[in-house]
Design a protein around this ligand. Sequence first.
Ligand SMILES: *[C@@H]1O[C@H](CO)[C@@H](O)[C@H](O)[C@H]1NC(C)=O
Length: 264
Amino acid sequence: MAHYMRGLRFLFIAVSALSSVNAIPNGITLFDPAGDFDYQIGGSFTPASSVTTVSRDKDDSPAPGLYNICYINAFQSQDGDDKTWWEQNAANLLLQKNGKLVIDPDWDEYIFNTTTAANRNALAVIVEPWIDECASKGFNAIEPDNLDTYTRFSQLTKADNLAFARILSDYAHSKNLAFAQKNTAELQAADKTTGGFDFAIAEECAVYNECSAYTALYGNHVLEIEYSDNGIDYFNQACAALGAQIPINYRNRNVTPKGVDMHC
Ligand SMILES: *[C@@H]1O[C@H](CO)[C@@H](O)[C@H](O)[C@H]1NC(C)=O
């Protein structure tokens, strides 16, 4: 099955290359959509031999010889350990309500306040060194998480988050790193251009029936993750719908090294 799907995927890519939707900046490379993808942001492990692309946390090391994507939290603080640092050094750059810092209740993370140019520039001074770290470790691309904070917190706007994304994508591109649109299926082609995104990483798009929103903008340069707590049916549907075109990874929700890890 896996070989059959990869063969199909290769054929699709050969045909669709004729009408490529992506204009990639000079010096930037994208992953090979014909290979499999492993989402390893909850801890790294040696991938199956069919895997050619991985995403790992910036504190991890790249997988030798593969296309490596570096995960950073670019629109909220990283869970847990650095909350005190943010409180002490950059509370004025975080979303506040009634004099208190706003928290993402799911992850216990503070939300970046991107609403002014001064805030965005000051936040970039904090985030760009993380991109430097990814570049010096040898990663090929950046996965900036939580672009969608503006859909969850009404004090933020799409335009301001895209403006911040653009500062970071320009910076990543200057280091020869590709830059992903993470989730946020409602974005349009004009938003892709504004943000400077090169490819997409989509979680659970089969569950929410929005995978085609990503392939419409990025062709086969979309990496899809479906989670096992939603059930295997969504993964099987995802493989039937897009397994011949894009890499799809089935994982346990916490993406831990010893967890579920399957490919179409
Ligand atoms: C966001 O930052 C701006 C500039 O410091 C500030 O005026 C505004 O009150 C902040 N908004 C929220 C919701 O924290």
